[in-house]
Design a protein around this ligand. Sequence first.
Ligand code: FES
Ligand code: FES
Length: 183
Amino acid sequence: MSLPTRPLTLTINGTQHGPIDVPEGMMMIDVLHEMLGLTGSRFGCGQGICHACVVIWDRDERHSETVPTCITGADFFDGKRIRTIEGIAQRDQKGEVTALSPVQQAFLDQFSFQCGYCTPGFVNAATVLIERLGRAPIARQDVEATVAAALESHICRCTGYVRYYAAVRDLILATPGLTRDSV
Ligand code: FES
Ligand code: FES
């Protein structure tokens, strides 16, 4: 007996995929890992708590948010545009990484991660935050709290929080246009 399927079409990292037949009820992380070969998102808790599995959903030109793929069915993403961790760095025509994103480079420079299992989730969350501040800069004194609010839902079992938070804070403060001097 074969499972009923539903067609799924979506854009991932700028490339359209589908329609592909996805078993009904399949979670998005399984589609990414098992059907599309995009294994960078991490399956951690499987309950929507750790956020290691998040992808970026680009709702429109001005609104992006992270979505946990372990508890979100593939259906939800039909017709949508998302970015996975594989789409964050710059790549050449062959798909080889040519440059890390500013967030990835900052995490590397500050030794933010240890085992790295949680890192794709932190990269995606910080990327969404940096892009948001590019559209709507915040006061410099609010940076610390803003970073904490953006990353607090992400769990790191190696307890690497301090360097993750510091890397994003320093990147924001060093990037022109993300902050303003006063309220
Ligand atoms: S694996 Fe998805 S939130 Fe933990
Ligand atoms: S670096 Fe190991 S879980 Fe975060």
